[in-house]
Design a protein around this ligand. Structure first.
Ligand SMILES: Nc1ncnc2c1ncn2[C@@H]1O[C@H](COP(=O)(O)OP(=O)(O)O)[C@@H](O)[C@H]1O
Ligand SMILES: [Mg+2]
Length: 219
C-alpha cells in the first residue's frame, strides 16, 4: 500500500544541517496497522508528512497504491490525498467555529460527497450521538479526538495517518481512543499508520517501525 524508497530529508538552519531522513526505506501492506516509534526529534512527523505527500523529500520516492505521489503536480497530489487519506493530529485540529457534525463533514465536503446521514452515523459510532451540535470548546479532549477520528474516516479513505493521537490525553482516555481507532480501522480494512514516542502503546499494532539515525529499524 505504501512503499518508500531511499528517502532523504535534511533541514538547514544557518550553517547547521540536520539530516532527518537518511536513505529511509519502508513498506506497509494494505490493511496493516503499524506504529512509527522513536524519541522526540527522531523524524517521525517528518516521515509521516513525507509519506502523506505533504512534504516533498529531497531524494527518494513514495508510492501509494501504485501511484508515485511526488510525480503528481501539487493539485493532483492534493486530490489524491483527499481521496486516499485521513489525518488525526495530537492537537485535534478542529475548526473552532464549526460544530462536531460540521467538523466531521469537512473532508466529505472536500470530496464532494453527500455527507450528513453517514457522518451522523459515524459520530454515533464514536460515542458522540448526543454531541452533534457542540463546538470544540464545549467538548473534552477525548471527545474532540473522537470528532477528529470521525472526520478522518468520513470520506472512507484507504489510509489513516495519526500523529501522536493520544499525546494530549490521560492514559485511560488515550487507551479508549486507540481502541476505537484500531477497531474502526480493522472494520473498514484500513491501513493505519500511527506515530508515537510512547513504546508502551505500540503493542496494539501489527508491527512497530522504529526510526533511528534517519532510517527504519524493524522491530
Ligand atoms: N521545518 C523545519 N525546519 C527545521 N528543522 C525542522 C523542521 N521540521 C523538523 N525539523 C527538525 O527535524 C527533526 C525531526 O523533527 P520531527 O520530524 O518533528 O521529529 P519527531 O516527530 O520524531 O519528534 C527535529 O530535530 C526538528 O527540529
Ligand atoms: Mg512529531
Amino acid at each position: 500500500m505504501i512503499t518508500a524508497t531511499n528517502l532523504h530529508r535534511s533541514y538547514s538552519i544557518g550553517q547547521k544541517t540536520i539530516e532527518v531522513l537518511h536513505g529511509l526505506d519502508l513498506h506497509i501492506a494494505r490493511g496493516e496497522k503499524v506504529f512509527l516509534c522513536g524519541p522526540s526529534g527522531a523524524g517521525k512527523t517528518t516521515l509521516m508528512y513525507t509519506l502523506a505527500g505533504l512534504e516533498q523529500p529531497q531524494q527518494g520516492q513514495v508510492v501509494i497504491a501504485g501511484t508515485d505521489i511526488y510525480a503528481l503536480n501539487l493539485k493532483k497530489r492534493a486530490l489524491f490525498r483527499n481521496k486516499t487519506m485521513g489525518f488525526i493530529f495530537q492537537n485535534y485540529m478542529l475548526m473552532p467555529e464549526l460544530t462536531a457534525l460540521e467538523n466531521a463533514s469537512l473532508a466529505t465536503a472536500v470530496a464532494g460527497r453527500e455527507a450528513t446521514e453517514h457522518v451522523v452515523a459515524l459520530l454515533e459510532r464514536v460515542g458522540l450521538g448526543d454531541r452533534l451540535n457542540h463546538l470544540p470548546n464545549e467538548l473534552s479532549g477525548g471527545e474532540q479526538q473522537r470528532v477528529a477520528i470521525a472526520r478522518a474516516l468520513a470520506h472512507n479513505p484507504d489510509i489513516i495517518f495519526a500523529d501522536e493521537p493520544t499525546g494530549n490525553l490521560d492514559s485511560r482516555n488515550g487507551g479508549q481512543i486507540l481502541d476505537l481507532l484500531f477497531s474502526l480501522a480493522e472494520e473498514g480494512g484500513k491501513t493505519l499508520v500511527t506515530v508515537t514516542h510512547d513504546a508502551s502503546i505500540a503493542a496494539r499494532g501489527d508491527r512497530t517501525l522504529i526510526i533511528r539515525d534517519g532510517v527504519v529499524d524493524n522491530a
